[in-house]
Design a protein around this ligand. Sequence first.
Ligand SMILES: [Zn+2]
Length: 130
Amino acid sequence: MAEQNLESSHKRAMWPALLKGLLRKCPRCAEGKLFNGYLSVEDDCKNCGQEFHHHRADDMHPWITILITGHLIGPVMLYGAINWAIADWIQMIVWPVLTAVLALVILPFAKGFVIALQWALRMHGFASGR
Ligand SMILES: [Zn+2]
């Protein structure tokens, strides 16, 4: 019991775990895959056995995606509206499509980041283990 408490209070390295999560790899071993689809999380790591089924990424990764996408697309769109002579109908097609594509690209990486953050902070069932 004491050994388990000592083990569960041992700090995990935050930044390496976040980098592994961003790369969609297991935050513990960096060898196993974190996802088995676009956003579907593996139940556990096939390499080290770390369980992922209890993660609670919930809405955090969409919020991160919106934050990043908005800060990238918004200024470029405003700059383009002021400085580029692009027809309105073209802008009505280009900006929404570019925003959607960028959001879809960022979303799985943001989810990996959030799950790795939970693992590093021992949140939501990630408390046990090394
Ligand atoms: Zn692993």
